[in-house]
Design a protein around this ligand. Structure first.
Ligand SMILES: *[C@@H]1O[C@H](CO)[C@@H](O)[C@H](O)[C@H]1NC(C)=O
Ligand SMILES: *[C@@H]1O[C@H](CO)[C@@H](O)[C@H](O)[C@H]1NC(C)=O
Ligand SMILES: *[C@@H]1O[C@H](CO)[C@@H](O)[C@H](O)[C@H]1NC(C)=O
Ligand SMILES: *[C@@H]1O[C@H](CO)[C@@H](O)[C@H](O)[C@H]1NC(C)=O
Length: 472
């Protein structure tokens, strides 16, 4: 009984302690005659099938400027090496081994559109070899892939970044890449990105036969489809822009006297184009507003555009002056009449038959000459007028002759004309200043309309033309 127990215990001990030597023996028998350069196929004329998969762990960076996508990815390569098969019962039940990749043949699959300094960014992990010859190689890596980034619709943009994998040296007749999962990459471990929403990662096998050579070339291309999360940009870019542009519009509603227009206009440099043009127009408005008659005359086109047609279009009115099509026509007619009138003599000069022009003082006229010019119908009025008009100033020398009367009348007329001219000029100046102010107001109102329209149209157009506004 005792020897039997001892033998059993020894057997158990041996079976446990022999696990290490079995693996060593197995490795020796497998790798002693193994050549890492040999393509491990039983029939040389048949391709070696490599199942290829990809697990996306994380999108690390999307570099729009350099057009580089940086990702954390695990590759997944599976193939069958006919040189690495053994009967596990011959080796103490050892069913699988982990062997460093440089001791084995492994497919030279690389990412074609790599932008990495070392080109291949994978970490060389062990290959898991099973006793039926199947090899599983899962190298993790930080991949930098080139990606054509199109930011036309920023921040409402989608980006499609390809990762093209293929054997660098073997053609399709020697090494056949097969998609491990037809649906594409494995996204079960994906860590969501704060800036990008992952739409999907489809994979596709491409077999291309070039004109030069008969053999096909195989690659597997995964497309990382990402969409920018707009919420961040919505609150940090779009909302402030809209707010600032609406504030810039408010600048046109300020009265020019408050003096804040320019400050307000220059403050918002965010929407450069709009603010720049609004500043220019505000300068024009202020310039118009502060113009005086001494320095500036109002050209006729400004009168026509800013005092007549624009206010009519914008439905603006001035106190005591309604602007309609009719009044515009009428004022134009009036202007023509006024020009005609100005070229003729003044009423008083006409009545007294005196030259309006004072540049040369006429010789004291003879009594006969002055009476002779007017018709007989006017003579009564004239004498009456003269008597009443002349008497107060020339009371004592009524009988002094009509010549001296006439001279004094002439002087009075001159004084009167001087005074009325001054008053007229003051009136005209005041009117011109108010015209300029009104023109400034019209420009302001016009800007308010145009810029409001521009802002609304631009905002709506930009928002509507984007392929999508909200993710999903
Ligand atoms: C190898 O494969 C080719 C094509 O599949 C076949 O014609 C040939 O008979 C195979 N050779 C052996 C030794 O099995
Ligand atoms: C493995 O070896 C054992 C005994 O050495 C044998 O019985 C078995 O059939 C072999 N299995 C295979 C798949 O060759
Ligand atoms: C090898 O064995 C593993 C499990 O032991 C199995 O999943 C795999 O399909 C087998 N491969 C082949 C080529 O038989
Ligand atoms: C008018 O007066 C001028 C000189 O003052 C004189 O030479 C002329 O003859 C006078 N004419 C008449 C019609 O009396």
């Amino acid at each position: 009984m005792a020897p039997m127990l001892a033998a059993l215990a020894l057997l158990a001990l041996i079976s446990v302690s022999e696990q290490g030597p079995h693996e060593k023996r197995l490795l020796n028998s497998l790798l002693n005659s193994y050549n890492t350069l040999e393509r491990p196929v039983a029939n040389e004329s048949e391709p070696l099938e490599v199942k290829f998969g990809l697990t996306l762990q994380q999108i690390i960076d999307v570099d729009e400027k350099n057009q580089i996508l940086t990702t954390n990815v695990w590759l997944n390569l599976e193939w069958n090496d006919y040189n690495l098969r053994w009967n596990d019962s011959d080796y103490g039940g050892v069913k699988d081994l982990r062997i460093t990749p440089n001791k084995l043949w492994k497919p030279d699959v690389l990412m074609y559109n790599s932008a990495d300094e070392g080109f291949d960014g994978t970490y060389q992990t062990n290959v898991v070899v099973r006793n039926n010859g199947s090899c599983l190689y899962v190298p993790p890596g930080i991949f930098k892939s080139t990606c054509k980034i199109d930011i036309t619709w920023f921040p409402f943009d989608d980006q499609h970044c390809d990762m093209k994998f293929g054997s660098w040296t073997y053609d399709g007749n020697q090494l056949d890449l097969v998609l491990k999962d037809e649906a594409g990459g494995d996204l079960s471990d994906f860590i969501t990105n704060g800036e990008w929403y992952l739409i999907g990662m489809p994979g596709k096998k491409n077999t291309i036969t070039y004109a030069c050579c008969p053999e096909p070339y195989v690659d597997v291309t995964f497309t990382i489809m990402i969409r920018r999360r707009t919420l961040y940009y919505f609150f940090n870019l779009i909302v402030p822009c809209v707010l600032i542009s609406s504030m810039a519009l408010l600048g046109f509603t300020l009265p020019p006297d408050s003096g804040e227009k320019l400050t307000l206009g220059t403050y918002f440099n965010c929407i450069m184009f709009m603010v720049a043009s609004s500043v220019v127009l505000t300068v024009v408005v202020l310039n118009y507003h502060h113009r005086t008659a001494d320095i500036h005359e109002m050209p006729q086109w400004i009168k026509t555009v800013f005092l007549q047609w624009l206010p009519w279009i914008l439905r603006m009115s001035r106190p005591g002056k309604k602007i309609t099509r009719k009044t515009i026509m009428m004022s134009n007619r009036m202007r023509e009449l006024e020009l005609k009138e100005r070229s003729s003599k003044s009423l008083l000069a006409n009545v007294l038959d005196i030259d309006d022009d004072f540049r040369h003082v006429p010789p004291p006229p003879n009594s006969t000459a002055s009476t002779g010019n007017l018709g007989p119908g006017c003579s009564i009025f004239r004498t009456d007028f003269r008597r009443s008009f002349v008497r107060p100033s020339t009371m004592e020398d009524v009988g002094g002759g009509l010549g001296s009367h006439h001279r004094e009348l002439h002087l009075i007329l001159r004084e009167l004309q001087f005074i009325t001219a001054r008053m007229k000029k003051a009136d005209e100046e005041a009117e011109l200043i108010s015209d300029w102010k009104f023109a400034a107001m019209v420009v302001d109102r016009f800007c308010l309309f145009v810029f409001t329209l521009f802002t609304i149209i631009a905002t709506v157009a930009v928002l509507l033309s984007a392929p999508h506004i909200i993710v999903q």
